[in-house]
Design a protein around this ligand. Structure first.
Ligand code: AMX
Length: 454
């Protein structure tokens, strides 16, 4: 008598044969409004989600309410401390305002909003205690999703809903939750960083007069005035780090609705789960290696490759050989490929520009140079390999090594910054989902036999 696994194993070959037949021969067949290929192919090409704040063109990349990255950089408010912070990048809270309203905020609106976020930035005591009790070996992304989902205890939407509210009022409570959630991310990120790598030591504070990104850097110990400067950064390096957080978080906040983290947030929110539960689902999706976790994978890959090629970062042949060794052992090249894009991701280019604008600081940074060299070599290797539809660098290709340069070298942690950033777009959409009163998501599933017409 066979056990469960053996029984399953015995039926797999026949099912796989049917799957291959459906994929190979029936992909272009129509089933309802979809093709069979879309149903078994991760819903590629299926226009099935309402998303207001950004869209992604396969060749041009992301635009936010129609504005390109450069246009956003020119138009969105920066730090209010212009005299001490002359090289400020656009602020993520400016991006959030824009994503949510479709209107460009003024500097004074953002000054007030940054202050509101800082004033709401404290973590509830029970969250701090619970995080303190988690195993230090728990992946930082798991800690992030736990921290966010626990704060549903604070949800004004959940409390109001339990009492009974008109559907038309729901968005206002959701907005309150969304602002509270975003406000608490800098302290949450800092707490997880400290607990995982610095034995829970208090690394910095939330400063009421500073913006969201400064406070994130501060709570991680990377600023000079308000934290312990654990990485021993100079003043200009510390300013650079804050600006890296600003640029990175503003740029990575939204990438239309079909990516896993955005879609998961939208899906869970459609059951009227509150924003804390909804976004913690998004964070769990972001923690997958084909999505946000690629941020950590890329840095490890760059360091491993540098080691494997004996530090010869300009040696084209050695780099090509290394890439082929990965592909031949059925591994992916992290930071390359995309579900929608068919060109180099403009967010990759913007992050590279960040380094280029600080040429002196990065002149001896082999990692960034290797990332740049790779972007000139990997596309032809991947094209020759012939599988990936987009052989160009994606968003995760360059950002990790920039953080690494300033001392954020705990690679497991990089996706947490992505997780803080990605709150901006999906949570702004969640407010609109409730404004429109969108229904619960409930597509229909179909069996392989049905797809095969059996
Ligand atoms: N290296 C090697 N092979 C790759 C590849 C890469 N970078 N990108 C895609 N391929 C392969 C796929 O594994 C697939 O092979 P299969 O037919 O044997 O299953 C084939 O090429 C076709 O894939 P695709 O249609 O081009 O890509 P996709 O839409 O299915 O997946 C993505 C997109 C990003 C998951 C994929 O390109 C990948 O795995 N890239 C590496 C990981 C990565 O960088 N992820 C970060 C994405 C950005 C983000 O969300 N943060």
């Amino acid at each position: 008598q066979s056990d469960l696994k053996t029984t399953l194993k015995a039926v797999i070959p026949e099912r796989l044969q049917l799957y291959s037949h459906v994929k190979k021969d029936l992909s272009s067949h129509q089933i309802g409004t979809q093709t069979v290929g879309s149903v078994i192919g991760g819903m590629r090409g299926s226009r099935a989600l309402l998303w207001e704040s950004s869209s992604v063109d396969p060749n041009k990349g992301v635009t936010f309410h129609g504005l390109t990255i450069e246009e956003c950089q020119a138009a969105l408010p920066k730090s209010k401390h212009e005299s001490t912070d002359p090289k400020s990048e656009m602020l993520p809270e400016s991006m959030f305002w824009f994503l949510l309203t479709g209107k460009l905020p003024t500097q004074s609106q953002i000054n007030t909003f940054s202050s509101e976020l800082a004033h709401k930035g404290d973590l509830p005591e029970y969250v701090v205690k619970s995080l303190d009790n988690l195993p230090k070996t728990l992946h930082p992304m798991t800690q992030l999703s736990i921290g966010i989902s626990m704060m549903n205890n604070e949800s004004v939407f959940a409390k109001a809903y339990a009492k009974g509210i008109p559907k038309t009022d729901a968005w206002e409570y959701v907005l309150d939750d969304v602002i509270n959630l975003i406000a608490k991310l800098p302290a949450l990120v800092g707490k997880i960083y400290s607990n995982t790598y610095y034995s829970g030591k208090n690394l910095g504070t939330i400063n009421m007069d500073k913006d969201w990104s400064y406070n994130m850097a501060s709570s991680m110990g990377f600023t000079l005035d308000d934290s312990v400067n654990i990485k021993d950064l100079s003043k200009s390096q510390s300013n650079d780090f804050v600006n890296l957080v600003r640029l990175y978080c503003a740029l990575h906040g939204d990438h239309e609705g079909g990516n896993v983290s955005a879609h998961a947030t939208h899906l869970v929110g459609s059951s009227l789960s509150d924003p804390f539960l909804s976004y913690s689902a998004g964070v769990q999706g972001l923690a997958g290696p084909l999505h946000g976790l690629a941020a950590q994978e890329v840095v490890r890959f760059i360091l491993e490759m540098k080691n494997a090629i004996g530090g010869d970062i300009n040696h084209k042949v050695k780099i090509e050989e290394y890439l082929w060794s990965l592909l031949n052992s059925n591994r992916v090249i992290p930071g390359y490929g995309h579900g929608v894009l068919r060109k180099a991701d403009p967010r990759f280019t913007a992050m590279i520009r960040f380094g280029d604008n600080r040429a002196e600081e990065f002149s001896k940074d082999d990692n960034l140079q290797l990332v740049k060299n790779l972007s000139a070599i990997a596309p032809s290797v991947l094209t020759e390999h012939g599988k990936t539809k987009n052989p160009y660098p994606n968003v995760d290709s360059s950002s990790g090594v920039l953080f690494y340069h300033y001392g954020l070298q705990e690679t497991l942690f990089l996706t947490v910054i992505f997780g803080a950033s990605r709150a901006l777009g999906p949570l702004s959409q969640l407010v609109w989902d409730r404004v429109y009163g969108l229904p619960i998501e409930r597509p229909t599933s179909v069996s392989l036999k049905k797809l095969a017409g059996l």
